[in-house]
Design a protein around this ligand. Structure first.
Ligand SMILES: *Cc1c(COP(=O)(O)O)cnc(C)c1O
Length: 428
């Protein structure tokens, strides 16, 4: 049996899975498969769950949400969040261009990542981003030079590696000593002192981000305490911090995980900051997965059922190039038939794609009553789904649609085959 997470925006009605009011088989018929389907309600509700904690009763913000858009950077999703009042956390100049194209403002953008190029720094300085989250002295030195050449001052924050164990998958844990991320805890004070001497950088904040798919609150409180201690030490050294960016990483339920609810999570951290006497700081959250993960699914059609000697395979038209997470992290996604079959035998299948790799699987050992031509919904695919997809095996990337009540909006056309090699050239 596949364990199904509690979902908002997607449900089974009359034996058919629907996105809001729209049956998924209708979407498959209209747009083809594989197609990513998002629920506008689920996206908005997740954002508003953060806002419920971030907004004071008088409407003022005690914290701001900067959507970590690498989780899903479709323009329609960015535009929706921008309209709801989000800022953005970006990791490349490409993402900055997307924010601007989607109607977001540069002055609500924080620029994260360990390897910002000179060109990216120039683009972000010209656009006027809110803050650069820096991770090393060489990066700080380069930014200072680039800002000085442009005759501007770069607002900066240093990313602290608080050395706490987020208890998640090693590939998505980022706040441990052995990770490439952040500035080692013991070096933070002296790195800020270096930064304070740089005439084209202005210290505005401090940040950390300890990992992803974190389902407990205690690693956050540990990290927070360590960062608050640093803020105190910095203050004694005459370095004033205006904002505290506590990163993203809140997990979602893919099956039976029980992460804290968004509003409780945000309230707990904000109350903790206030209790420790730092209520005057502007607080930033950088959620990615928790805003979009369960607001999307990947709709796919069954091509063949292939009985095997030791296993049955359910071969679908989506593959690891569409959804990398199972191949990359052995991630679990619940998979449900769009329509319930009553007269079909239930068998245990591995759900696999057409790609020439044994790693090309989307689900293992799932009990399904299905036949060729049926559609399956791969749930919880809104985060790190489309954005990690590729053209491997010269497969065009999937279409994306957003459902709003009974309406379906195409928000990305399926890629055509010709477009996949349009930039390639034959030798003369
Ligand atoms: C990826 C990332 C996030 C978002 O992480 P989620 O687990 O998707 O919430 C936030 N901040 C930084 C710096 C990141 O790299």
């Amino acid at each position: 049996m596949s364990l199904i997470p509690v979902l908002n925006g997607f449900s089974e009605k009359n034996h058919t899975w629907c996105a809001e009011e729209v049956p998924l088989d209708q979407i498959a018929k209209q747009f083809g498969t594989p197609t990513y389907v998002y629920s506008k309600k689920a996206l908005s509700d997740a954002f508003n769950a953060y806002e419920a904690a971030c907004k004071k009763p008088n409407g003022e913000h005690r914290a701001r949400v900067h959507y970590a858009m690498k989780a899903n950077s479709n323009l329609a999703i960015l535009n929706l969040f921008a309209r709801l009042g989000a800022g953005f956390d970006i990791v490349s100049a490409g993402e900055l261009a997307r924010v601007l194209a989607a109607g977001g403002s540069a002055n609500q953008v924080v620029f994260s990542g360990v390897g910002k190029s000179k060109q990216e720094m120039i683009a972000a300085l010209k656009a006027g981003v809110k803050c650069f989250n820096l991770e090393s002295i060489p990066e700080l030195t380069r930014l200072n030079e680039v800002a000085s050449e442009l005759g501007v001052v770069a607002p900066i924050s240093l990313r602290v590696n608080p050395d706490v164990d987020p208890k998640t998958h090693p590939y998505i844990s980022t706040g441990l000593k052995g990770n490439k991320f952040g500035i080692a805890y013991d070096d933070v004070l002296k790195t800020y002192q270096e930064a304070a001497k740089m005439s084209s950088c202005k210290i505005v904040g401090i940040d950390c981000h300890i990992g992803s798919q974190i389902t407990e609150i205690s690693p956050y409180l540990d990290a927070l305490d360590r960062v608050l201690d640093l803020i105190k030490a910095l203050d004694s050294a005459g370095i004033k911090i205006h904002h505290l960016d506590i990163g993203g990483g809140l997990g979602i339920s893919y099956t039976d995980e029980t992460p804290p609810a968004i509003t409780d999570f945000a309230n707990t951290l904000l109350n903790h900051i206030e209790q420790k006497g730092y209520g005057h700081l502007e607080v930033l959250f950088e959620p990615g997965r928790s805003l979009v993960g369960n607001a999307g699914l990947l709709l796919t059609s069954i091509e063949y059922l292939k009985p095997g000697e030791t296993k049955n395979f359910c071969i679908v038209d989506a593959a690891m190039n569409d959804l990398m997470r199972p191949a990359m992290y052995e991630a679990y996604h619940a998979i449900v038939p769009v329509k319930t079959n009553t007269n079909t035998e239930t068998l245990t299948y591995d759900i696999v794609g057409p790609i020439c790799e044994s790693g090309d699987w989307l689900g293992r050992d799932r009990a399904l009553a299905v036949k060729p031509g049926d559609q399956l919904a791969i749930l919880s695919a809104g985060a790190y789904g489309f954005t990690m997809s590729s053209n491997y095996n010269t497969r065009g990337r999937a279409a994306e649609v957003m459902v709003d009540g009974s309406q379906v909006h195409l928000i990305r056309e399926r890629e055509t085959i010709e477009s996949l090699f349009a930039n390639e050239r034959l030798l003369p």
